[in-house]
Write a protein of this length. Sequence first.
Length: 132
Amino acid sequence: ARILALLMRSTRVLLADLAYEPASYEELYKAVDQLCRFGHQKALYSQLYAECQTFCVGTVKGGGWPCSGISVVAAMWSEYSIKTRLLSDVFAVLDRVYLRRETGALRIAQFMPALLKTALWSGNRQEAILKS
């Protein structure tokens, strides 16, 4: 439980700040590997998905982008592409081990863009982005 909490804290920081450099990506990868080896894949996947969903919704609702209109979407996509690659690398073991058994689970590279799309186009946010 402690390793999972530390890993999720690192994930939150990584999502919030692209300049964040953890002490070691290898250590994060090893923590994921260890959790998967001891059968915590489902909890890890659920928490990772929830963290990413919270981040996507919070970022879109929070605004604060230094551009407007479709440029906002392009800027978000650019940043999310980088974050998706980082998370995919750190959580590669989870992608391979857990998703091999779970038929309905999406890989990180699949759910991150889907979460962003849902956050961007839900409710009146689409109109607000395109009008700004």
